[in-house]
Design a protein around this ligand. Structure first.
Ligand code: PXG
Length: 442
């Protein structure tokens, strides 16, 4: 394909970029101008292998025809329809498709526009659920240290990442945190779920003893914590959380914004681990990242609890202008069809062990202190530079970009999560570049 190098805009000042070192970036910008399959194209005409599925969202890869065609068709057919007290077919079709691929108890779908909104929605549904059932004392929310649940007030309150919290005041009250599950001394270089740490779930009993279970609405965790640097749940941990929640009538929310849609080789992490929460939050892979959309999956028990008042009454005072937006719904349907027709979740599952071996072959390289993996996810933890935390991993990011590979870093951890369409040659390419970069890292 002929390629004209597009001009980079000469004024970068107006766009206040999210989660970015704005001044550093604008001195030396890195711009993608197109993408296809597994590769981005940069503004200087180079191919960059996508080692992160964008931001954990382009699970089907880029420029997928079913998705782009569905969006164009929907835009010309019905561009927008009011989301409150009105409907359009695609939102109902997508909700049914999600119900059909979700684990059995999840029969209902509430649409949002992002992972952050899915989290706020799930927390609100949990609080309101207890209230409509006459258990209005259940107001406390329990998150976990190092948890990432988006950037809105509920999400940063239950989340446990200090920089996402400390600038923003007192946050929600009535929130407690479980300890995180990162035990590098015991679990370094684990493949899959670590052996040690199930006992960390018992801390929920301590919180219950402190506050009374009848005052706790919900526990929210990522079944596998992504943004904090890829922390797998220790064996038995999620099962314990589930049973303690059930014992005390507390709802369990799995934040599957990253783990949903094939990342672990299954539809959802709930399937992968065989542990069923009461609510599941999703976004990202739902529309392959192409159009903003999220969804909360709810069990019938939760949904039906709201369906008790007079029929003309609104049951849940919550929703967004763009909940179930027609173009997003069309993109979602085409995304799920692409996953199915291309067997992408199966591809992820079948490549997981090849991926694991390739990743763990980096053990022993300079500065590497831990490697962990699951499905098509990998993390490489580096020692930080004394007095300059995050710099070493960020240097690796810059060097990988120069050599044609996109990775993500958080702290001094490199996180990898390629599109699920990746093949063995591309896995070799990815780890070949990483190997070279890590060997030369200062
Ligand atoms: N929950 C989880 C578990 C997430 O990972 C969100 C909620 C928020 O989603 P939105 O759509 O509001 O961004 C996320 C988002 C990274 C990275 O590199 C991770 C996310 C977003 C951007 C970067 O780890 N996760």
């Amino acid at each position: 394909m002929a390629y004209d190098t597009p001009k980079v805009p000469n004024d970068l000042s107006a766009f206040w970029m999210p989660f970015t070192a704005n001044r550093q970036f604008k001195k030396n910008p890195r711009m993608f101008v197109s993408a296809d399959g597994m590769y981005y194209k940069t503004s200087d005409g180079r191919d960059v292998l996508d080692g992160t599925a964008g931001l954990w969202c382009c699970n089907a890869g880029h420029n997928r025809p079913l998705i782009t065609e569905a969006i164009a068709k929907q835009a010309s057919e019905l561009d927008y329809a009011p989301a409150f007290q009105m409907g359009h077919p695609k939102a109902f079709e997508l909700a049914s498709a999600l119900r059909d691929m979700a684990p059995e108890p999840f029969e209902h779908v509430f649409f949002t526009n992002s992972g952050s909104e899915s989290v706020e929605t799930a927390l609100k549904i949990a609080l309101a659920y207890h209230r409509v059932r006459g258990e209005g004392t259940r107001t406390r929310l329990i998150g976990r240290e190092r948890g990432y649940h988006g950037v809105n007030f509920g999400g940063i309150s239950v989340g446990g990442i200090v920089n996402n919290r400390k600038f923003f005041g007192s946050l929600l009250t009535g929130v407690d945190h479980l300890p995180h599950t990162h035990l590098p001394d015991e679990n370094a270089y684990t493949r899959g779920q670590p052996e040690h740490g199930a006992y960390l779930a018992d801390d929920l009993e301590r919180i219950v003893a402190l506050h009374g279970g009848e005052n706790i609405a919900a526990v929210i965790v990522e079944p596998m914590a992504g943004s904090t640097g890829v922390l797998m749940p220790p064996k038995g941990y999620l099962e314990k959380l589930r049973s303690i929640c059930t014992k005390h009538g507390i709802l369990l929310i799995f934040d599957e914004v990253i783990t949903g849609f094939g990342r672990l080789g299954s539809n959802f992490a709930a399937d992968h681990f065989g542990v069923m929460p009461d609510l599941i939050t999703t976004a990202k892979g739902l529309t392959n990242g192409v159009i903003p959309m999220g969804a909360v999956l709810a069990t019938s028990a939760i949904h039906d609890a709201f369906m008790s008042g007079p029929e003309e009454a609104i049951e849940l005072f919550h929703g967004y202008t763009y909940s179930g937006n027609p173009i997003a719904s069309a993109a979602g349907l085409a995304t799920l069809q692409t996953y199915r027709e291309d067997g992408l979740f199966e591809n992820a599952a079948s490549l997981a062990s090849y991926w694991e071996d390739a990743l763990h072959s980096l053990k022993g390289l300079p500065h590497v202190i831990d490697i962990r993996n699951m499905g098509l996810i990998g993390a490489i933890e580096l020692t930080g530079i004394e007095g300059a935390p995050t710099k070493r991993a960020f240097d690796a990011f810059l060097q990988c970009y120069d050599k044609g590979l996109l990775i993500r870093t958080t702290g001094d951890i490199i996180a990898l999560s390629p599109p699920l369409m990746i093949n063995k040659a591309q896995i070799d390419e990815l780890f070949g570049i990483l190997d070279t970069v890590l060997k030369g890292l200062k």
